[in-house]
Design a protein around this ligand. Structure first.
Ligand SMILES: Nc1ncnc2c1ncn2[C@@H]1O[C@H](COP(=O)(O)OP(=O)(O)OP(=O)(O)O)[C@@H](O)[C@H]1O
Ligand SMILES: [Mg+2]
Length: 307
């Protein structure tokens, strides 16, 4: 369980993270979503103990950071934003180095290496220099190094950034697989990437937490519009629709290819009523379809279009 209360970070006079609070339950996958410069990396660096907060508190499994930094760091695997800088090392040496840096015993190290190599699917590449690997595999190696001490919490800073669509899908599958055992916080500036793996989305914009809901709630919030097209529409059609659909105002018609088109907020029930109204009055209804606002559009409206 991760509890963050009124967390802030200032760099000189600049506030990078401003008084944010959230809780992440054990086993949850939370996506920290925000545009460039929002404060995602700064928040993650405070959670992982690389930065001391300027204000507020962080508790991880009832231990507070930074007072229990070393104990907490044993529970956390961190994949930083930029790919590993040990490009000249072969994968195997790099993972040993990561395990030694964690101070693991010989037994823990052997177990940890075996498990993290298997989990990330890199066993074929252990003797390759890191710089020769594809970006997707570099990211897997980074993940393996973050898993080597078998942490219960994973903090992944933009794990899919810079990857091609196939590599993104592979890393997302890997994250989904890891989420069966671990609590995960990952950051991204693309909502669909968060949606693909996370249960929760926390939106951060200009250092402030502006949204904190489950993905299911977020989806419910997206608007569905029903579009109906008529041929030879009578002049009083807006009045007919207003009445049949119980709308507060007459819907505005648009002309399209000689047809009259209406866009009306609403889901299934709206289309049923349109069909019924058309049948009762012998109207030439040519098309009815529904459009759901994409989550990206919703995200832009939540973050004020700053993307
Ligand atoms: N060490 C630092 N010193 C001064 N300012 C910093 C420092 N680290 C970050 N900042 C500033 O704090 C703000 C938040 O940065 P941060 O890296 O946390 O954003 P981010 O959400 O991770 O962005 P990105 O999507 O680009 O990675 C930015 O304006 C950044 O310039
Ligand atoms: Mg960042």
């Amino acid at each position: 369980m991760i509890q963050v209360k009124n967390l802030s970070k200032q760099f000189g006079n600049f506030t990078a993270v401003n008084n944010i609070s959230f809780e992440i339950k054990a086993g949850e996958v939370a996506g920290l979503l925000g545009p460039n410069g929002a404060g995602k990396t700064t928040t993650m660096r405070m959670l992982t103990g690389f930065y001391n907060p300027t204000g507020g508190s962080i508790q991880i499994d009832t231990l507070s950071m930074p007072a229990n930094r070393q104990t907490i760091q044993k529970k956390i695997g961190y994949l930083p934003e930029s790919a590993s800088s040990y490009a000249d090392m072969v994968v195997w040496d790099f993972l040993h180095f990561a395990a030694d840096a964690r101070g693991l015993s010989a037994e823990e190290k052997a177990k940890g290496l075996e498990k993290s190599i298997a989990a990330t699917g890199i066993s074929e590449y252990l003797y390759h220099p890191i710089h020769k690997l594809s970006k997707g595999y570099k990211q897997r190696v980074g993940l393996a190094s973050a898993l080597v001490h078998d942490p219960s919490i994973l903090i992944l800073d933009e794990p899919t950034s810079g990857l091609d669509p196939n590599q993104i899908a592979e890393i997302q599958n890997l994250i989904r697989e890891l989420s069966k055992e671990k609590t995960i916080i990952l950051s991204s500036h693309i909502l669909s990437e968060v949606e693909a793996v996370a249960d929760r989305v926390l939106i951060i914009a200009r250092g402030e937490l502006t949204y904190d809901k489950s993905i299911a709630e977020l989806k419910n919030q997206s608007q569905t519009t029903t579009l109906a097209a008529f041929r030879n529409a009578p002049e009083n059609l807006p009045d007919i629709l207003r009445e049949s659909l119980g709308l507060p105002e007459r819907p505005q018609p648009q002309m399209r290819d000689g047809e009259t088109l209406f866009r009306i907020a609403g889901d299934k029930e709206t289309s049923h009523r349109i069909f019924r109204a058309a049948a009762e009055r012998n109207l030439e209804l040519t098309e009815v379809y529904r459009e759901t606002e994409s989550l990206e559009t919703l995200f832009r409206s939540i973050t004020g279009g700053n993307k």
